[in-house]
Design a protein around this ligand. Structure first.
Ligand code: SF4
Length: 451
């Protein structure tokens, strides 16, 4: 993004050297730029990025559900300078089409296949065919080799998921949406997998920049991917979306999984954590899925860092109630927001601690768009002009069941906590309890009806 001095905004929206960095989006707290990595970076790299976030933006950094880093509070001018400064660091930034793999790909002793090899082949192919310029800006390909980190909840236009059949590796080809809802087109062998994905991308590029994976039907896919194999396969157990705490990932590597609460952190706090990582000898880290960071090092180093992170307020263990809440930036970060979502989420993480048992995701959304959790949730709360709308087993962007005036939102949640304490049976999780009680009882508690 090297704009003419007279019109620094002009380059926004075009695809540049690093598209996610070259196309900042306007949000409630200024422009936002995003970067993603194709390999590990060092704590020193992250400290440099934190310094840039403070120098050019408002010092807030998001780690997204897909493991990207977002700089907030930029101006058109500072976004341009940020891009130049980030590029000057020479980091392994993702460039061109988003072809995503697990951050543990190639070093996970539970993976079926190393997805990074296929991903690299697809990246090279799209570059050679100059496909990225012709495809939808948000087109994404996921190569999921299986293993400790599940990529199933991420939406992808085209997904390859490794499966083992009779001791041989195949790739399940899925198009459109999350893994659970995507169209399952059949199996492909490893040696033709990249070619089939590239053929589908060429087809979509030919249909124009609005075409997405969801537009593909089975007949078209089979005509393009002539090597598809039809075989029924069992669905496997779901892995974690990103490990928290200490994990021995294999090949002698230990990962410390650490996440900022609600996916957002002050750059100075993240820089401090990375300085501590450096001090204990950690040399590699990677932003991970589900708003996490993975630091790689010795067991002692990772253990020490984890404890430091916990004391500093980061999420460091599965079961932390903050991990059960999906929350968007809200006010003041987003101009569309009707409420400060992080404040309500912090309240909910304490007040609803007993019922945030990991059996469901509480979705708190600043408006009805529902950016943080596009899928349905057992309870979705979203701001609108009249108050806090809630949907039970619905989506923030769908029809809501009722609405709470803003001043009653906290007492509504407190009533829900009391309902749980009164009604839940030993061993019963919150999702099962709510299913047993039904929508009416939950809505009545939230609305504070006389019971
Ligand atoms: S859900 Fe609404 S308030 Fe939240 S980030 Fe998206 S547009 Fe902004």
């Amino acid at each position: 993004m090297r704009a003419a001095a007279s019109d620094p905004v002009q380059s926004f929206g075009r695809r540049g050297t690093c598209p996610a960095l070259s196309t900042p989006m306007l949000t409630g707290d200024g422009y936002l730029s995003r970067i993603a990595f194709e390999a590990d970076i060092t704590p020193r790299d992250m400290i440099a990025l934190c310094e840039l976030a403070q120098r050019h933006g408002n010092g807030l950094i998001d780690i997204t559900a897909r493991g990207s880093l977002q700089f907030r509070g930029l101006t058109p001018e500072s976004a341009c300078t940020l891009e130049n400064d980030v590029l000057a660091l020479g980091l392994p930034l993702r460039d061109g089409l988003a072809v995503e793999t697990s951050p543990l790909a190639g070093r996970d002793d539970q993976e079926i296949a190393d997805g990074s090899l296929l991903a690299e082949e697809i990246r090279r192919g799209t570059e050679a065919l100059a496909l990225h310029e012709k495809l939808a800006a948000k087109m994404s390909v996921i190569i999921d080799g299986g293993g400790r980190i599940s990529m199933g909840d991420l939406v992808a236009d085209i997904r390859l998921k490794a499966v083992l059949l009779d001791g041989r590796i195949f790739w399940r080809l899925l198009v459109g949406g999350a893994e659970r809802t995507a169209l399952n087109a059949g199996l492909v062998e490893t040696d033709v997998a990249a070619r089939i994905v590239l053929s589908l991308l060429v087809y979509l590029a030919g249909k124009g920049p609005l075409s997405r994976g969801r537009d593909l039907d089975l007949r078209t896919i089979k005509a393009i991917g002539t090597s598809l194999v039809d075989r029924a396969i069992k669905s496997e157990a779901q892995a974690s979306s990103s490990p928290l705490g200490l994990t021995a990932v294999g090949k002698g590597i230990i990962a410390a999984g650490i996440a900022p609460a609600f996916g957002q952190v002050q750059a100075c706090d993240l820089a401090l954590l990375c300085e501590q990582a450096q001090a204990v000898g950690i040399e590699a880290l990677r932003p991970s899925l589900n708003h996490g960071l993975l630091f790689f090092g010795s067991p002692d180093a990772c253990g020490t860092l984890l404890e430091t992170a916990r004391i500093s307020g980061f999420v460091t263990a599965a079961g932390d109630t903050r991990s059960s809440i999906a929350v968007c930036p809200g006010a003041p970060g987003c101009a569309s927001a009707f409420l400060p979502t992080h404040e309500l989420a912090a309240f909910a993480s304490k007040e609803l601690a007993s019922l945030l048992d990991g059996s469901f995701t509480l979705h708190i959304s600043g408006c009805g768009k529902g950016c943080a959790h596009p899928a349905a949730s057992l309870l979705a709360l979203s701001g609108n002009a009249d108050g806090l709308a809630f949907s039970i087993s619905g989506r923030a962007c769908g029809p809501h069941d009722s609405i709470l005036p803003f001043e009653q939102q906290r007492t509504g949640l407190s009533r829900l906590a009391r309902l749980y304490e009164k009604e839940h049976k030993p061993g019963e999780n919150a999702a099962n309890l709510f299913a047993r009680l039904g929508k009416g009882a939950i809505a009545a508690a939230l609305r504070q009806d006389d019971l």
